[in-house]
Design a protein around this ligand. Sequence first.
Ligand code: GLA
Length: 722
Amino acid sequence: MSIYIDRRKNRVTLKTRRTMYVFEMLFGKYPIHLYYGAIKSTQGIEYVKKSKSFSATYSDERFYPDTVASELPLFGSGDYRATALKLRSMETGSDVTYFIYKSMRKFKGRFSPDGLPCADADENTETLELTLTDEVTGAILRLYYTVFPESDVISRYFVLENRGKADLRIEKAMPLSLDIDGDERDMISFYGEWAHERHIQRQPLMRGNQRIFSRRGSSSHHFSPFMMVTDKKATEERGEAYAFNFVWSGNWLGEVETDQTHNTRVLLGLGDECFNYLLKSGESFASPEAVMTYSAKGIGRASRNMHRFVRAHILPRDKFPCRPVVLNSWEAFFFNIDAERMEAFGAEAAKCGMDMVVMDDGWFGKRVNDKAGLGDWYANPDRFPDGLAPFVRRVKKNGIKFGIWIEPEMVNPDSELFRAHPEYILSAPGRRQLESRTQYVLDMANPEVLDYLKCAFAKTLGNVDIDYIKWDMNRNMTEVYSPSLPPERQGEAAYRYMLGVYDLFRWFNENFPNVMIENCSGGGGRYDLGMMKYSTQIWASDNTSPIHRTFIQHGSTFGFPTSVMSCHVGNHKGCIEDARKLDYRFRVAMNGPLGYEFDVLSVSDRVKNTISEQIKEYRTYEELILRGEFFRLLDPSACGRYAYYFADSEADASEFLLSFLQNEGDESERTFKLKLLAADASADYVDTISGEGFSGAQLKKGITVKSDKDGEYARTWHFVRK
Ligand code: GLA
């Protein structure tokens, strides 16, 4: 059991394996937060009244909304800080938002709102439903707390029902809100841009409100919705760390605000700038789900909690336990593909020991460059004269699987689809249309667009024996206006767009049940839990330069498991003919599901033989890479080296894969200590690569690595218990 209700005190305690979360209904009315942290005795966890001049109270209650730690900070009712919910009555215009507690119940499993991606429950999952009401508007708010005890994760989401007579407008919706006592903390967020995703930013909390967000219509390359709040001194192994994430792929807002009471308020949700939603009388709205975890033992453990959670409850489960090593055509040929070339490419991939060839962009309509053809989902007859199905059969004769690239949400102005249906795109009345990569965004909120796409893909791919789809999305939204929605619903356009995208993902998963989906948005522009719900892995970045990759991959591991992080070996300017460079690129890529992305037809036999050996090596460690516990050791931005290890267990582990990746050489030698704290001090281990023996105590104390003066260099150790 993980949810305990004390009805006498109106108090709830949520427990996971190593964390505890406590709140109660003050005066039987207001859900106030009491504690989130390591498990301890609840004695002494009490509400302490704080009052401040210029904070308001109801005369009969002495309740100061502005100073209290709240489970549900509401706009306009005395809490001057950033709030989680803002509702406007369309009858009176009032945005004074107010709810009081009515009842609660708990149940096994969870509530899963229709149409939204949400975490899967298992036999240990329990949910608390808290019902609140507002007599003035007639609105009913159900707050959900779902507890995933094994991964130390608690999620939050809500459903709002308008049972009143008048319409309401939701003007801010933040399912996650957490008040943490004290404000001397750091915030860690992950910023970036195209080809440089998820770079780490750690800064002390300032007084005031710090925000991260996306207004691009996708979760974006520019900030990840994953964020952390930690002790100032928190390291990978020590100190307190809270981590937060959002199961959503569209616009979002994360806020961290400190205030006069030295409270840190964390909010995560849909925000107020790019979202508002008309809730007509009789309608209800379900928010996406946000998740949080806590670690008393450092940032590394908070990451591992999230990894465990994503692997067990988000990713399409157990379907693809072993991942195909792919060869992708994009960096090999860009748009210059045809049946003959792809067949030769696939045959060579098979000879190198790869599992799958992926035909990237360029196979459909008039798509011979990025200026035309998007939206016309039929095989280009000049390039595939006898169609896709016989071509794929020929490719697969070599014993290799076949994957294909699509970008369903987009259209080139120069396409049959756009000429026939200019009304299918997001476009605002009277406004000029911005282009990005010469494309427009389809109105995925329009059911007709979804039908068109379903028919087109059913026709083109339905009878083709594909094993994998790479689903891309290569621009952000502008002119966010859905011609299929009435004027009063335009604040919902971007939100409803995402619901349409999720609908299409579900259609693919249902109609192509054995096809693995790899997600991509110009690389890692939609690297989020919403996408992970439907796609087994995500192309982490368009940047395959290994040095840049160490930064991107290191940052990505904070919130997301490595099993989702697709990593390819690229061949810029023929550099992989240099054995050391090829080895380095491979070891950088062995941080997640492995692939290759260059013209194997034009490399030397020596390179091909090396690739075969690399794939065998990757297979030896695949179980650890996909399902092991991940420990970060060196931050490449701090010392030019990326080091980490996988272990088969968080403590007293029996098997380790340790990687040291040096991005740049040093004139004078430096040494680094790589401590494997998950080792069992009483055990003996052997490195199966060098044959060298180590005691567990030695591994815990650290392996010493010397820097190599010659630049890019990598080393791997594989320790197993004797
Ligand atoms: C995006 C992807 C690339 C490739 C191209 C094709 O940029 O991230 O991997 O698929 O589109 O146009």
